[in-house]
Design a protein around this ligand. Sequence first.
Ligand SMILES: Cc1ncc(COP(=O)(O)O)c(C=O)c1O
Length: 330
Amino acid sequence: MEKLDSALSIYRSIGRMPLAPLFTPIEKCERIREALPELPELYIKRDDFIGPLVWGNKVRKLEYSLFEARRQGADTILTFGGIQSNHARITAQVARRAGFDCELILSGKPPKKAAANFLINQLMGIPVHFVESREDRAPKMAELSRELEKKGKRVYPIPLGASDATGSFGFVRAMEEIIQQQQALGIQFDYLLHGCSSGGTQAGLVVGQHLFQQKHLNIIGVSADDSEDQIKGYILQAVEPMLRQLGRSGKLTEADLNVDAAHIGEGYAIPTALSNLAKKAFAENEGILLEDTYTAKAAAALIDFARQGKFRPSDKVLLWHTGGLLNLFK
Ligand SMILES: Cc1ncc(COP(=O)(O)O)c(C=O)c1O
């Protein structure tokens, strides 16, 4: 216990730059269970309420990334993603708010007509460097970083999804938040489902689970693109240095993580029959909007798990709405 206290005080000493009110509501979804009676007792964490223009879960991580950038004396933020990356656009937006310069590396062809996240990058006048493939993004960021440093800029590069050992602390804090909400609601969640890709959301949640002793909670990341092994690899890449920083010697391994890669369908951002059903059911019954890439697939996994009888009748399930709704308008 003493060791855990010391880990907690290290965690509490980590700096963060407040960017938005983050204490998002947890709401019970009852009407959707009339349409889909197979669903368990269901709650939803409304990170789609974060910030203006549906910022979503990324802001939690960026509070830690931008604090670190400022601490290191950086004046320019770089990051990368796809053309419609929520992460890249939100990073650019919070960088602008905090007074940093920002440039983005986006993979894909320059769109003929700017829309959604890409439109906002344009409105903010963010320099965008296009590369052909996902694999070209990190090398391009390293190259651009060297070029800018030569010109006297002080660059802080943020990796994909801000899912490193800095940004992922945002989801340790999110775990602390839901513990407070559990107490206020007088319940304990048995399952937490969320969309995942670069792994930082789950990295922070599992470190938080360890730090705040939430062993009973089953955290399941539903992959938007990569395989179970790949995503677990990304998660551990952040988890290991985080635990070291907190002075925790115990190791988390792949066996401690739950990643579902069975609901990707044909690929990233391509809807499946079940994700379409989930999107329609949440909108029509609850007035809650989901988008195709992350949240509708997480909800599809939830429906599928319920149909497979994974949940016990007494289970309470929390679906984490991670945002990303601008992609409804791309
Ligand atoms: C809306 C949304 N949900 C979920 C995720 C996945 O989170 P992570 O990359 O931390 O696994 C992302 C980012 O990739 C996202 O933009």
